[in-house]
Design a protein around this ligand. Structure first.
Ligand code: ADP
Length: 483
């Protein structure tokens, strides 16, 4: 056979391994690269068979061999080539039939370096994630161990506080106690963060009393609120089922973090908490929480990196207020583990609103008709007001007195919280009712209050609310003292 074209310098100098073989699998030609890479002299290579060089891939039987060759002609195949010394390397193989000859041309590209490189990268990645896991585990273990002695110190100091009478010593011990508490907060944050990062965090699903949980959360912060003389208000949707199933401890932790930040960064004004139910389908309940403050606020640029770990908006904050910058990163991860989202709206110098949603279960399972989806927060507020409007249509009727009082109480809370949208909706609910009474004086009072609310004027709104309340009392008796 004539293989002149194959014997050309091009075939010999190509980086690819070139083999020509017949239907019996005997090698008829091998280029210089093939001879060097396979460690044969060229004479000897032409006496080899394909199943010797590709002993893992090419079948030995003549039938199997040719059908395998035909299969390989369809594209690039990864195979293993064996050297004369029985060592091997990986190649990408293409096979072409040779017209007019009972022979096939095989081109093989050595990919062993690339494969080794990929393997090395994979090994390094595995090692890195192993190191990362080990580091997180170490952090979790150390912080866990640190908690025990700090708790021990705290316990002994608390006993001493009971015993000492000297005010100076008492003050020192109080400082030690507060240092212990700060240290425990930091240790717990680091522990939680390490657990969350290593994916070892599990969310509990246990029944709990929602209102009781909220009361405890608020009570935890009341001393700090009073100390700073801030105004605190809490508005909880009455529709939220009392018994819920979820992770009470972690929900408390989220609220505690947002509330302690709100208090920490507010010098004058208010801190509000609003909780609504935005969805209730069968046994699934979606709650929406807002923690609002009139504090120092956060600029748009700073808001972008707020939920990243170790991020405090500027270094002077750390010096002035302390903290690790882990709180919001943990909060975000906890919210996400409860299938929710967290957002912030804030303006520098004017205050911040942190809002988040979580999905919990209710002990009571609803049917299709009872299930409600409010879609979003503003719709939720509208729905709440509209329902109120229906119930309040007949002003002064005995069965509506309670409802009227509730609406008025919610209205004043909304004004106090600066929840102007909600206050406006509640005021329009009352308008429909008051118009039905036909009393001109009441109508005027209501309108004035609505105008003040629309202008977000706190003092005026409160004044007008007081006047409306007096006017209602004058007409249908004192709702507020009758219970
Ligand atoms: P830290 O534990 O240090 O408070 P966080 O992750 O809870 O960490 O908060 C990160 C930073 O976000 C705070 O240091 C503060 O600069 C800013 N921040 C958080 N909440 C508020 C808020 N309500 N008002 C103003 N700044 C806030």
């Amino acid at each position: 056979m004539e293989f002149e074209w194959l014997n050309s310098r091009i075939a010999d100098e190509t980086m690819e391994l070139v083999l020509l073989f017949n239907e019996e699998g005997s090698i008829l030609y091998g280029n210089q690269t093939a001879a060097v890479r396979l460690e044969y002299d060229r004479e000897k290579l032409t006496r080899c068979s394909m199943s010797q060089i590709f002993r893992q891939d090419f079948p030995n039987s003549p039938d199997g061999f040719i059908s395998f060759v035909k299969k390989c002609m369809k594209g690039v195949n990864e195979m293993t080539m064996y050297r004369s010394n029985n060592s091997c390397f990986s190649v990408n193989v293409r096979i072409f039939p040779q017209d007019g000859m009972d022979a096939y041309l095989l081109l093989a590209e050595d990919i062993s370096a690339q494969k080794n490189m990929n393997m090395r990268i994979r090994e390094l990645k595995e090692k890195e994630s192993e190191n990362y896991r080990a580091r997180n585990e170490f952090t979790a273990n150390v912080t866990h161990e640190l908690r025990t002695p700090v708790n021990g110190i705290k316990g002994h100091v608390m006993e001493l506080v009971e015993e000492v009478t000297d005010p100076g010593q008492k003050k020192t011990l109080d400082i030690v106690l507060s240092c212990c508490d700060n240290m425990l907060t930091i240790i717990n944050d680091i522990l939680d963060f390490a657990k969350l990062e290593s994916g070892k965090f599990v969310i509990d699903e246990k029944p709990f009393d929602f209102q009781e949980m909220m009361d405890k959360v608020i009570a935890t912060h009341s001393a700090a609120i009073n100390k700073k003389e801030l105004h605190m208000s809490v508005d909880i949707d009455e529709k939220i089922p009392q018994r819920l199933i979820g992770d009470e401890l972690r929900l408390t932790q989220i609220l505690n973090n947002l509330l302690s930040n709100a208090i920490k960064f507010t010098m004058v004004g208010y801190v509000n908490v609003v909780v609504g139910m935005t969805r209730r389908v069968y046994d699934e309940v979606e709650l929406f929480f807002m923690v609002r403050d009139s504090g120092i606020g956060i600029s748009q640029k700073e808001q972008d990196r707020l939920f990243q770990s170790f991020s405090q908006v500027d270094a002077s904050i750390t010096r002035r207020f302390g903290g690790t910058g882990l709180g919001l990163a943990i909060t975000k991860q906890l919210v996400e583990l409860m299938h929710g989202d967290i957002h912030v709206e804030s303006e520098k110098g004017k205050g911040s609103t942190f809002s988040f949603s979580v999905k919990l279960k209710s002990e009571q399972v609803l049917d299709d008709k009872q299930s409600q989806v409010y879609v979003n927060w503003s719709e939720y507020m509208k729905e709440e007001s509209d329902q109120g409007a229906d119930r309040l249509m007949q002003f002064g009727e005995a069965e509506n007195r309670d409802e009227l009082k509730k609406r008025m109480d919610k209205l004043v809370l909304s004004i106090e919280m600066g929840a102007w949208d909600k206050a406006e909706l509640l005021a329009s609910t009352l308008k429909a009712l008051i118009e039905s009474s036909g009393d001109e004086d009441l109508k005027r009072q209501e309108l004035r209050m609505e105008m003040a609310i629309r202008k977000s004027n706190y003092d005026k709104s409160m004044d007008m609310y007081g006047r409306l309340k007096d006017a209602i009392t004058e007409r249908i008796g004192d709702l507020w003292n009758s219970e």
